[in-house]
Design a protein around this ligand. Structure first.
Ligand code: CO
Length: 133
């Protein structure tokens, strides 16, 4: 089994402070990490759930992929991040299994991780992120 854990469930939101406040009130969740990822045009907040995270995502510019997702589908589940020991090996295995990669080689993610995204087409409608810590 290539996946070791669910790293995060990413939810696209328009109002980040309101979403943080909601998760704090609803679950008693606390902000574990906050980061602007310029190359992806997103600000993300991670709220820890055991060894996994809820990741709230909001666009920092109108042409970012998350902005496009919000325009197209509204707020809600954006992708699932699966933790892997070796991102390159996991990517290779997924492509061999018929997945369509968005990243053909792993690249830097937030919190110093190495990540690769897999297109929802060919993965039964879910955008998948492979996350190596
Ligand atoms: Co992610």
């Amino acid at each position: 089994m290539i996946l070791t854990e669910i790293d995060h469930v990413a939810i696209a939101v328009r109002d980040l402070p309101a979403a943080i406040n909601y998760y704090q009130r609803a679950f008693g969740a606390t902000v574990d990490h906050r980061e602007v990822v310029e190359r992806d045009g997103v600000e993300e907040v991670l709220m820890k759930v055991a060894d996994s995270y809820i990741q709230l995502l909001t666009p920092t510019r109108p042409d970012s992929p998350v902005a496009k997702a919000l325009d197209k589908r509204g707020e809600g589940l954006h992708h699932v991040g699966y933790r892997v020991a070796d991102c390159a090996a996991a990517l290779k295995a997924m492509v061999a299994a018929g997945a369509t990669p968005i990243d053909t080689v792993p690249r830097p993610g937030s919190r110093g991780t190495t990540v690769a995204f897999i297109h929802p087409k060919g993965s039964f409608g879910t955008l998948i992120e492979l996350v190596q810590e």
